[in-house]
Design a protein around this ligand. Sequence first.
Ligand SMILES: [Zn+2]
Length: 183
Amino acid sequence: MSPGLGGGVSREAREPPGVRWCRPRPDASILGATPALEASIDRPSFDDLGIATARLWATRSPDPKVQVGACLLDSWHRVVGVGYNGRAAGEPNERESLDQGHSGFIHAEVNALLAANWNGDQHTLYVTHEPCATCARLIINSRRVLRVVYDQGYTELARESSGLPSGAAILGDAGIAVEHWQS
Ligand SMILES: [Zn+2]
């Protein structure tokens, strides 16, 4: 006998097998929520999402030494590009050398810049590691990145010992906001 609609059968019991019934989050139906109400809702910020996405893409890197991921968000916080460090398409996905600066890998930031479907010129780049000097200069010349947020510090030893500026310093000198993520 079919229970039919109503008749004391719960909505959960009417769902097909394997479908989990869940209630809408409290913010889902709220349009025009006040800032105070927005602040009271526990959910990740767009910066949280940007860093989390960069970390996720880092897991795709074949680098046994340092896996780096990058994520570009446009001014509306939409993902327009992602990348991780690895060799060029068609090449063997292995380091040429374990020495710093000689991996033969294209850096995650460069792959994200190359893959980007740019939307305007006010993007934020999220990276799991501080950009190197070369990436910093490429980010500057994209002319579309206003802000760089990185998770872990990264020191180019040869540059540091020569007294040359770090990637973060180069970005800052170019007027790009640089933030070290505090997770
Ligand atoms: Zn780099």
